[in-house]
Each structure stands twice: as C-alpha cells, then as structure tokens.
Unconditional design. Sequence first.
Length: 184
Amino acid sequence: MQYTEVEKKFALPNPDALTTKLTELGAKPSEPTHQIDAYYNAPHRDFLAPESISEWLRIRTEARGSSINFKCWHPVDALIKTHADEYETRVEDVEAIRRLLHALDFRPLVTVDKTREEWKLPEVEVVFDHVEGAGHFVEFEFKGDATSVEDATTRLEEFISSLDVELGEPINRGYPHILLGRDH
C-alpha cells in the first residue's frame, strides 16, 4: 500500500483525555512544528470545479525542510472519501518549486497555517493540529502493513474505538476545504 493514505480526522475541542490515553499507550509527542501549506490549482483542470474536491497540490514549508505533495482522494466522485493516492517528496529549493509552478500557470488557492504535534505508535500516527482560522483537530493515520484499504480502515477504526476517548465530530474534508468554505 505504498503511496496510499488511510486516515480519519476529528474536531478536537479538548485534547487532554486523548493525550493522557496516548501517554498510557507509551506514545510520546514530537516537538510542535509550525507548517505553512500552500495549495495550488492546476491550469489544465480546476481542482475546485467538481462538487466534491478530490485533488490537492501542496507545497509545505517548515523548520525541518520543505516538501511537495499531490493527493487524489477516492472514491473520486464520493462526498466521503476513504483513502488517497499520495505522492510526496522533500524539496531542496522551495522557491524554485514555487517559481516552477507559477511559470506553468499553477495558481495559489489557499494557505493553511498550522501547528502540528505528532504522536507515533506501532501502526498509527496521531497528529494534533491547530489550524489558524479553523480550530483544533486530530488526525489518525494508519502506518502499519495492511492487505487493502479496507483492512487498513478497519484496523484504524478499531484502534480509534479502543481508545475509549470522546472525540469531536468526524471531519470528512481537508483543511483547505474548511478555509475555502467548501463542504466537500
């Protein structure tokens, strides 16, 4: 399942119970990082045109380095997505990538300014995000070996349920959706 992402996201009004449970499970938080995610629209197809956005192109800058990322969420036409094809790589010269995208007529859509704290367990990564203008969230991403998207989803849902911690509402859209005022 290389290049496939399976995750679940929730609003998180109060992270204390979850951080306590993660600590009990032996997870330790990373140092919080400040990430600036710049999202772009493609000149050859409008990522915002479909009723349900399924594609994002992003440049991330943070203290530990920069990266470029493309995600295509599936099922493409569904309002609720189950997984994404994800292609990401580190970037040595982020300004060159910005200029390259501009030269190819990719246009900025929205910038997500967030602080992220990561907690790693053997099969799941839990990240706490504070997104400027949107609030607090938690993402659970399956990182173990799975035979299929369905297997990874089932195991991730079982893990979340096993925490026995009250989370906020499930969020079935990305931070750019939220900041752009899109429901899907």
